[in-house]
Write a protein that binds this ligand. Sequence first.
Ligand code: FAD
Length: 108
Amino acid sequence: MILLLIMLMPSSHSFGLKIELGPISEWGLNLENNLISVNTENFETSVPRIFAVGDICSYPGKLKLILSGFHEAALAAKKMFTYCHNDKKYVFRYTTSSKDIQEKLGVK
Ligand SMILES: Cc1cc2nc3c(=O)[nH]c(=O)nc-3n(C[C@H](O)[C@H](O)[C@H](O)COP(=O)(O)OP(=O)(O)OC[C@H]3O[C@@H](n4cnc5c(N)ncnc54)[C@H](O)[C@@H]3O)c2cc1C
């Protein structure tokens, strides 16, 4: 399973930033204007088990904000859970109120 979190690289040809996909552009992912198209339900790309979140992903209404990346990563992680633990039921919990998650994280 792959999570893609990339890539604003300084451009040598102009001011500002440009997207550099590099070898990822040859992975057979659906691309749109050099960005990776995703299913917004789970941020999976057109290739199963490859996910893209953050500025590299593209979907209608996408905002290139840190906040958006966190939201996208949470939904991607939820889907990844089903791939990694297909024998377990996904249970949604909050770190603020779940004692077993707090124990796993080593916080009280
Ligand atoms: C000037 C500016 C101001 C902003 N201000 C705000 C703001 O106030 N609030 C807000 O919410 N958002 C802001 N943003 C947007 C926010 O920074 C981005 O949405 C966020 O950083 C995207 O995170 P990301 O991890 O997807 O990509 P990035 O933060 O671009 O991280 C990608 C990382 O991958 C690295 N990388 C690239 N290519 C490779 C490679 N081939 N191998 C290994 N590593 C690679 C890059 O060096 C970089 O460290 C701002 C953006 C800019 C440009």
